[in-house]
Design a protein around this ligand. Structure first.
Ligand SMILES: Cc1cc2nc3c(=O)[nH]c(=O)nc-3n(C[C@H](O)[C@H](O)[C@H](O)COP(=O)(O)OP(=O)(O)OC[C@H]3O[C@@H](n4cnc5c(N)ncnc54)[C@H](O)[C@@H]3O)c2cc1C
Length: 438
């Protein structure tokens, strides 16, 4: 074991409580929007406890939180009664109030879900009913003429109009949560890649506190933080964090890359608010959409292709462990067999933009290949069960035994987890209080 002094040296930029002791009551692993929102909620509720957030990158919120569509979802799509439905509707409302209170810029620009084929109309109407059941505000079905009044360049037979949908920079929101956390006395340690979580067998050298902080979190560089309880919010690595703490390996995370296209600025007039397709019920993703950004640009996409590297943002990014892990997983093999045609189609459209544009022209006929350029990409952490089913709802779980009963893992927090982040944080804080008697 490394000498305790090494830990203190590594953490010398952290606030005094951690700097002098290398210990805390609760360690939160993962500095994305879910980890930051949860850490913030916990410290605001428990100012007398000590909290440390550990993030492997040099900066916070660089992965899913910094690579997404930036939409404040209103909660239409999700199964009534599910965590996604409840936490999205509540989370959107909390997000608007939070942005107002902190001066984070957003636009409540609304969204149309547009049916362009007759066969989509029954599904659109079902979505409307679902949205109403979920308690989404101000929803209405509109006809072709009303679509043109809202979006002069958009064509469709019928649309679901959701004025409560908005846009925001989720990374900025997450960083603002981080500031709140630090101002309340929380410590953030970046560049700390958690590689091992174990129970201590002996107290740290020179410590008079015995095993008060029995959980040992080690980084890939050998640094150490000790705590009483752990919350992991590891996004694309949530399954690995669960595994290293002796908890369930499944559901596993499969990375799906989504590439965006960007409208040339002189064509931004084509899009006023969000324009989405009627989603295909066989897939968990919402389909390629048109999304204005708070900086004034307009993004189109993203598609969904299997990535060969978790956190791999380019077509040719490859990681042998991620690749073999994914391929040897029975769940992924089954998923691929079930969706070969769709998967190949998505890859084709990703490579050949004219094929992608053809789909987009169903909504905005005036759009042409020369109006767009390739934009950034994001990688979704999609949880998959061993039967090849995509896990739809948010999943939170812990384990058993000495270590497992001190850990809570956020296993699956896909879209709309950014929108839902403040509501997820409230639920996680309730859960930690109940499990760990905080
Ligand atoms: C393409 C795309 C579009 C999306 N669009 C939207 C949208 O419009 N609206 C919406 O609400 N949601 C959207 N989402 C979903 C949303 O972005 C995510 O649900 C949300 O960001 C998840 O946050 P997170 O904190 O769980 O994960 P992340 O943001 O990925 O954060 C996880 C963090 O854990 C860290 N970490 C991992 N392993 C370790 C380790 N071993 N040690 C230390 N740190 C570790 C990572 O470095 C990372 O910073 C989208 C997602 C994608 C990918």
């Amino acid at each position: 074991m490394r000498p305790a002094g090494f830990v203190f040296q590594r953490l010398r930029f952290a606030p005094p409580r951690l700097q002098h002791r290398g210990v805390c009551d609760v360690a939160v692993v993962g500095g994305g929007i879910v980890g930051l929102a949860s850490a913030r909620e916990l410290i605001l509720r428990h100012p007398n406890l000590t909290f440390t957030l550990l993030e492997k990158e040099k900066e916070l919120a660089l992965h899913q939180t910094g690579h997404n569509s930036g939409v404040i979802h209103s909660g239409i799509y999700y199964t009534p009664g599910s965590l996604k439905a409840r936490l999205c509707v509540k989370g959107a409302s909390l997000a608007y109030s939070y942005c107002d209170s902190k001066g984070v810029p957003y636009r409540r620009c609304g969204k149309l879900i547009v049916a362009v084929e007759r066969e989509e109309v029954p599904r659109l109407k079902a979505l409307y009913e679902r949205g109403l059941k979920n308690g989404v505000k101000e929803l209405r079905l509109i006809d072709a003429r009303a679509i043109r009044e809202r979006e002069p360049y958009c064509r469709g037979i019928m649309a679901l109009d959701s004025p409560h949908t908005g846009i925001v920079d989720w990374r900025l929101v997450a960083l603002t949560y981080g500031k709140d956390f630090q101002q309340a006395g929380g410590s953030i340690v970046t560049g700390f890649e958690v590689s091992d979580i174990t129970m201590a067998t002996e107290s740290p050298a020179g410590s008079s506190e015995g095993l008060k902080y029995p959980v040992v979190i080690r980084s890939s560089k050998g640094e150490e933080v000790r705590c009483r309880y752990v919350l992991t919010c590891g996004g694309l690595y949530s399954d690995r964090l669960s595994e290293i703490s002796g908890c369930r390996a499944e559901p596993r995370i499969v990375p799906f890359r989504g590439d965006y296209l960007v409208l040339k600025p002189e064509k931004n007039y084509l899009i006023k608010g969000n324009i989405y397709p009627v989603p295909d019920p066989r897939f968990p993703f919402l389909g390629v959409h048109f999304t204005p950004r708070v900086d004034g640009s307009v993004w189109l996409g993203p598609n969904a292709v299997l990535a060969f590297k978790r956190e791999g943002y380019n077509l040719y990014d490859f990681n042998a462990k991620d690749f073999t892990d994914a391929l040897s997983f029975r769940g992924l093999q089954k998923l691929v067999l079930k969706n070969v045609v769709y998967g190949v189609g998505e890859m084709y459209r990703g490579l050949f933009l004219s094929a992608q544009v053809k789909i987009l022209q169903k909504y905005i006929p005036e759009l042409s290949r020369s109006d767009i350029v390739r934009g950034p990409s994001g990688v979704r952490a999609q949880a998959l069960d061993p039967d090849g089913n995509l896990v739809d709802d948010f999943v939170f779980d812990g384990g058993v035994g000495e270590l497992g009963s001190r850990v809570l893992h956020i296993r699956n927090a896909p879209s709309p987890a950014a929108t839902s982040s403040l509501a997820i944080a409230e639920m996680i804080a309730d859960e930690l209080e109940a499990r760990f008697s905080l």
